[in-house]
Design a protein around this ligand. Structure first.
Ligand code: DX5
Ligand code: ZN
Length: 216
């Protein structure tokens, strides 16, 4: 199976969102990566349900919703309603992570768990068979356009090992500072999904840049 590309809407032009959604629809991208931030879990606020709902109206690919919020449990049903296909919560925001994962799956969504750069892979050992996606943060969450943290490669290799040994089917997704160079190294280390914000949307031809990442 070839790897997937998930352009991050955070780097899109919000005044021309429909145009950017159509660009992704007509590109080699696989998923829409959608960053929801609450100003509490991370030091930034992005957008919430009405915007996810608006994206859903035009998007014809999987909506991969990344919740950077405290207490995500209270909003699982709402994100299902506004169109999330994959719902990812942060390990650091979930004291009852196993329950949260089951609640996401009970709503008919795929369940993702994200780890901050300082959180070791080993904390996922006891839930790895229950999750569909592990989202490794390769920057500190909150902002686009930051530089890639090199320690991520080691984490991808460790996660791949845990997944293979456990028989889990989880995909390894990487978020933050992804470009052609870091992307190629991540794929060599075992990544399955690359999120890219600035690298795609700040480029001269985003469609071509998505294709470049897809062909790595
Ligand atoms: C960061 C977000 C990322 C962000 C990535 O908190 O989770 O999805 O959009 O942006 P780039 O690719 O610019 O690092
Ligand atoms: Zn993200």
């Amino acid at each position: 199976m070839s790897h997937k590309i998930a352009p991050s809407i955070l780097a899109a032009d919000f005044a021309n969102l429909q145009r950017d959604i159509e660009m992704i629809n007509n590109s080699a991208a696989d998923w829409f990566h959608i960053d929801v931030m609450d100003g509490v879990f991370v030091p930034n606020i992005s957008f919430g349900m009405p915007v996810v709902s608006a994206i859903k109206k035009y998007a014809n690919k999987t909506l991969d919703v990344h919740l950077m919020i405290v207490n995500p449990d209270q909003f699982i049903k709402t994100f299902k309603k506004v169109g999330a296909n994959i719902l990812t919560v942060h390990y650091e925001a979930c004291p009852h992570l196993h329950r949260t994962i089951q609640a996401i799956k009970n709503e008919g969504m795929q369940a993702g768990v994200s780890l901050n750069p300082h959180t070791p892979i080993s904390v996922l050992e006891d839930v790895i068979r229950d999750v569909d996606v592990v989202l490794i943060m390769s920057v500190n969450p909150g902002f686009g356009g930051q530089s890639f943290i090199e320690n991520t490669y080691k984490k991808v290799i460790q996660l791949k090992d845990i997944i293979e040994k456990s028989g889990s089917k989880a995909l390894i997704e990487i978020d933050g500072g992804v470009n052609a160079e870091t992307g190629a190294k991540l794929l060599a280390a075992g990544a399955d999904v690359l999120v890219a914000g600035s690298f795609v949307f700040k480029s001269e031809n985003p469609t071509k840049t998505i294709k470049l990442l897809k062909n790595l």
